[in-house]
Write a protein that binds this ligand. Sequence first.
Ligand code: NZQ
Ligand code: ZN
Length: 393
Amino acid sequence: MQSFCYYCPTKVLFGKDSEQQVAQQVQEFGGSRVFVVYGGGSVVRSGLLGRVQSALDGANLPCRMLGGVQPNPRLGLARQGVQEALSFGADFILAVGGGSVIDTAKAIAHGVAEPSVDIWDYWEGTRTVQKSLPVGVILTISAAGSEMSDSSVLTNEETGVKRGLSTPFNRPRFAVMNPELTYTLPAYQVACGIVDIMMHTLDRYFTPTKGNQLTDAFAEALLRTVIANGRTAMQDSHDYEAMSELMWCGSVSHNGLTGLGAAVDFVPHKLGHELSGKFDVAHGASLAVMWGAWAAYSWREHPERFVQFAREVWGIQSGSEQERAEAAIRETVQYFQSLGMPTDFTSLGIGVQSDEVLWGMADKATRGDAMRLGSFKPVNKEAAFAIYQLANQ
Ligand code: NZQ
Ligand code: ZN
């Protein structure tokens, strides 16, 4: 087991009607003027935003709203949010939505705390976040795990670059998780969420680190739970138990627990971000496309890991090492397909791409071949191109 620091300070309020506690939680974490961030309108239509407004009004907490966050959230709106939150005098940022809204709220919080810095500098890595405003979350989709994670992912719409920032300042103070708030999700978003939740654990589980028993057991249990409840959720998005399991798995899958003590990989995520940055495809869909290609390219590096995955997650006990590894890859890809998820560029809707496009994405993902991605089988620009080629059909 590798040394680790586990810092996961987010207070979780889970269950039916938990959003009723929002005003009290804002006050507990020192908020008195609340800047509320939301997306394209689902929380308006569901009535959730109105209930949040009433709760804040009832507690005499002035608030200002910023809507319009798109999936693959844009830098431009985050910058606008910083200016609006500053002019309002916000001391607390409340995200009402999914990963895109939460990540925008985190960016606004950093920008308000340090107005002299252009927030993109943090995502470029030329500056380090030194302070931030407190962020609270009311979660409406089980997927990105941003409600407990130390990450925030933004897209610079001027350059088409999608980039993640990890810092302890990204951890929200509290996360309200009411599974009933996810009942209004379209099936496609439920499916994207299931894939993303699985991928946050798979991208940690496929590691060269050996002998990490408890972390492995957490990871395998989480994957089995998501696979089973994902099937139920796709049949009935009003199944409270299934939506509850997905919601809690979504948070635990990306709060660090399923990768503790291990060198994490995250190559499919990094390659998927280039797809979303260039083609504006849903994050979960990009991962469903990249994972099978990545696995086919990488499994021979540590075949025993795929054999363990085959046994513990898919119940595959027989066959040669190669047969088990390939069967587990097939099962996973077929599971994604059973959710209606794409597993190559054609089913993703972008069509077969030229080598030039693949090299361009490989170049961006590896920052001009200056970065090696991942740990399971480290990936340079040439390897990234080879993985894109496997998905390019
Ligand atoms: O915008 P609205 O109208 O709210 O609609 C959204 C959006 O169209 C809809 N939606 C959300 N909750 C709903 C709902 N529709 C009906 N009923 C509800 N209850 O779902 C669509 C997708 O929303 P989005 O916030 O984009 O989803 P998700 O949570 O999957 O977030 C994806 C973003 O998070 C990033 C991704 O890259 C992507 O940009 N990630 C963030 C991470 C992090 N911060 O830790 C880690 C992840 O790996 C990921 O990269
Ligand atoms: Zn993800």
